[in-house]
Design a protein around this ligand. Structure first.
Ligand code: GLA
Length: 357
């Protein structure tokens, strides 16, 4: 098995190391024929695992600059410190970097990888690389899509219950609109969409579904696709929509996460809409804290606070148990969320043992 594993790793080595590894593997095979066996360090000296001898687990994220992913890393690190394994954190904003990160982790002898990939269509390639290197794989947040366009059910996954969370947004938008006494004729929904990502589509579909089921007119639902899933992407998408609908007085806003709604709020502010004319509700509850901390309220009214601790700590712990004790995690785990506003976030986050820094 060790020989197979080190042979698979040859693809990641430079020619000199390949030479050395071949000699080591042949030597190892010879020793085994002689009944002497060989230890792992002899067979894979060029790619040995953690120098500390502790298992090594990689945590690869698509947007390392976003507070959501920084929190996942922070909580995963806590699990590593408590459990006694090494965590290797890698930011991979594009496909090339993601594939290089897997190779890099393979060459370091990582036993497991947790990943939120920048493009879920890389799933089959990443899965194959992990299999070839005998690395256990768990996706977090964004589920891989297979060659058939369907979620890769063979790969273990932890993500949010996206449609339900979207529905919480839709319901809260409707309640707040009524509370403010806005007339549906003067109000419209701006839904910033990112349909190429299943979890994003489920969230905005869920929000629209709950809002219209509550009685909001379907004709006043306007979707606008963001090209990139970040604040500038949502800003641009919303500007296109605002140009098409200059007569709307009040806007409800939803999107796949806090960044999407923040981008939309900024675009609307640019056209003169203030906190009194906007109800923006995000998802994550982490990236939006800057909005709640502003001296005056903004159009970013609320967010659904997810469970970054579960996405970071729990995934890292699941992976550690899997590599150490061979305890396979559940194939799919879904997490939930709670509404927070400028008025309630500090209390709710305290109850959830989350810092508001
Ligand atoms: C996606 C989004 C993140 C966050 C996670 C939660 O990856 O890009 O902002 O919402 O899902 O699972």
């Amino acid at each position: 098995m060790n020989q197979l594993r080190s042979t698979a790793k040859l693809v990641h080595m430079n020619p000199q190391n390949v030479g050395r590894a071949i000699v080591a593997a042949l030597l190892c095979a010879l020793l085994q024929v002689l009944g002497v066996g060989c230890d792992k360090s002899a067979s894979s000296s060029a790619t040995s695992s953690s120098s500390s001898g502790r298992p090594k687990i990689g945590f690869v994220v698509k947007q390392p600059e976003e507070p959501w992913f920084q929190l996942e890393w922070k909580f995963a690190q806590q699990a590593a410190d408590e459990g006694g394994f090494d965590l290797v954190k890698i930011g991979a904003p594009d496909g090339e970097k993601a594939l290089a990160a897997i190779d890099n982790l393979g060459a370091q002898g990582a036993a497991g990888i947790i990943i939120c990939a920048p493009d879920v269509r890389l799933g089959p390639a990443i899965d194959a690389k992990c299999n070839a290197n005998n690395i256990k794989l768990l996706t977090v947040d964004d589920r891989f899509i297979g060659g058939d366009g369907k979620p890769m059910e063979s790969v273990h996954h932890l993500g949010i219950s996206a449609r339900n969370i979207g529905r919480i947004v839709g319901k809260a938008l409707y309640d707040e609109m009524n509370k403010r006494g806005w007339k549906p004729q003067e109000t419209a929904l701006c839904a910033v969409t990112f349909d190429e990502l299943e979890t994003a589509k489920e969230r905005t579909d869920g929000a629209i579904e709950a809002l219209t089921q509550a009685g909001f007119p379907k004709a006043k639902v306007f979707t606008t696709p963001q090209k990139t899933s970040d604040v500038p992407g949502a800003f641009d998408a919303t500007n296109v929509l605002l140009t098409q609908h200059p007569d709307v007085k009040h806007w409800l806003i939803c999107g796949m996460n806090d960044s999407a709604v923040m981008g939309a709020v900024r675009a609307m502010e640019g056209r003169g809409f203030g906190a009194d004319e906007l109800i923006g509700i995000g998802i994550n509850g982490t990236d939006c804290l800057v909005e709640f901390k502003k001296e005056k309220p903004t159009g970013f009214y609320a967010s659904v606070l997810l469970t970054p601790r579960r996405h970071g700590y729990e995934t890292a712990q699941m992976m550690y148990k899997w590599v150490k004790d061979n305890v396979e995690p559940a194939k799919v785990t879904y997490t939930d969320g709670l509404i927070i506003t400028r008025d309630t976030y500090a209390k709710v986050m305290k109850e959830q043992a989350l810092s508001t820094d």
